[in-house]
Design a protein around this ligand. Structure first.
Ligand code: NAI
Ligand code: MG
Length: 359
């Protein structure tokens, strides 16, 4: 099983090192090869996604990705910015389904910004479509307005757009994921205002006919944003478009205590995928050795489950993470009175020890 390891920038290198350490104690035939990406690749090769890195990712069975970006690249032209690497990888690998589980671990109930009783036992899955929507729709640009409220003034515009096959395939992914869970899907839209999302709602409803065993509920995005902080446990699988998913998944992240706990998977039609923590390169804490590596370690567990078909190994990692939390070990972002503050490396070491102890 070949894994492309792309650490990237900032805390990316620190957290990936811990995930690689954990993967290495599993006694699986994993072949891991590392390549630069993002700002690190720009420095080394003049491009955030060099040909060699892309090729490695394409040939691998899965990609384990850290994070990219730093304020020092803000002045570069858009095509050379580190963030283009992740967009380029999603496109080149055909990744269209972004899975973000939001799980509140028992020991972190009090780290959530919501009342403990609202998040205790929380386990929901947000599925965000990654290829369409207003993020990629054409035309887009700036021009002089010819109509609207201020004709003759400067204006900017984007295009919201979804095709039937794009909606159909993400709807299938959501219903199939729901079958492995509690058989309930909430499709989030803004059908009352946007034609794109009326179409979304219609197509999701059509696809649902093939999954009579799964309950489907439609919800407007503004209500979904409210329900996520009011009664998040009412959700199971949430499926939505690129932009709503971007925002709602960050909102859901906060329910779980820290963005440092949140893994993610981006999958193609064959479950080949890219696995990364939901957070960015955190330049504010990079190099200090205090970043939480658990989101990345849990992303590696998702990789074992979805792309490498090693559910037992994935479960060993997940149990090890719960074990270190039960031991009271906490990185700074999840630390609270009465728990033991540890560094990035100490947290990784503890997970390694717990994986070994669990066998
Ligand atoms: P960020 O997620 O990097 O950081 C937000 C806040 O959360 C910061 O205070 C940071 O210290 C904290 N944080 C993040 N991960 C943490 C961890 N593992 N442990 C402890 N604390 C953690 O988001 P921000 O600051 O908006 O962006 C920083 C850079 O990351 C930017 O260049 C941005 O473009 C990039 N970025 C990259 C992503 C990716 O590679 N997929 C995703 C999001 C942002
Ligand atoms: Mg985001």
């Amino acid at each position: 099983m070949k894994i492309a390891v792309l650490p990237g920038d900032g805390i990316g290198t620190e957290i990936i090192a811990e995930a690689v350490k954990v993967l290495k104690v599993l006694d699986l035939p994993l072949e891991m090869e590392t390549a630069p990406v993002g700002g690190a690749a720009y420095e080394a090769a003049g491009h955030p996604l060099p040909e060699a890195t892309l090729k490695l990712a394409q040939q691998a069975d899965a990609v384990l990705f850290g994070a990219v970006g730093d304020w020092k690249y803000d002045k570069l032209e858009r095509a050379l910015r580190p963030e283009q690497a992740i967009l380029g990888l999603r496109k080149a690998l055909g990744l269209f389904a972004n899975f973000r589980p939001a799980i509140c671990y028992e020991q972190l109930t009090h780290a959530s910004s919501l009342k403990p009783e609202l998040v205790a036992g929380l386990d929901i899955l947000i599925i965000r479509e990654l290829t369409g929507d207003i993020y990629f729709g054409q035309p887009r640009g700036r021009r002089t307005a010819v109509d609207g409220h201020f004709p003759g003034s400067e204006e900017a515009f984007d295009t919201m757009r979804y095709s039937r096959p794009e909606i159909e395939r993400i709807a299938h992914v959501a219903f199939q994921a729901a079958r492995l869970r509690n058989r309930k899907v909430t499709s989030v839209d803004k059908a009352n205002v946007l034609e794109t999302f009326q179409f979304w709602k219609d197509v999701v409803t059509e696809v649902h006919a093939q999954y009579p065993d799964v309950e489907l509920e439609h919800m407007y995005v503004d209500n979904a944003a409210m329900q996520l902080v009011k009664a998040p446990k009412k959700f199971d699988v949430v499926v939505t478009g690129n932009m709503f998913g971007d925002i709602l998944s960050d909102e859901a992240a906060m329910l779980t205590g820290s963005i440092g706990m949140l893994p993610s998977a981006s999958l193609d039609k064959n479950n080949k995928g890219l696995y990364e923590p939901s957070h960015g390169s955190a330049p504010d804490i990079a190099g200090k050795g205090i970043a939480n590596p658990l989101a990345t370690i849990l992303s590696a567990a998702m990789m074992l489950k979805f792309s490498l078909h090693q559910p037992e190994a994935a479960a060993r990692i997940e149990q090890a993470v719960q074990a270190v939390l039960a031991q009271g070990l906490r990185t700074a972002d999840i630390w609270s009175e009465g728990t033991q503050k540890v560094s990035t490396r100490e947290m990784g070491d503890a997970v390694v020890a717990a994986v070994k102890a669990g066998t």
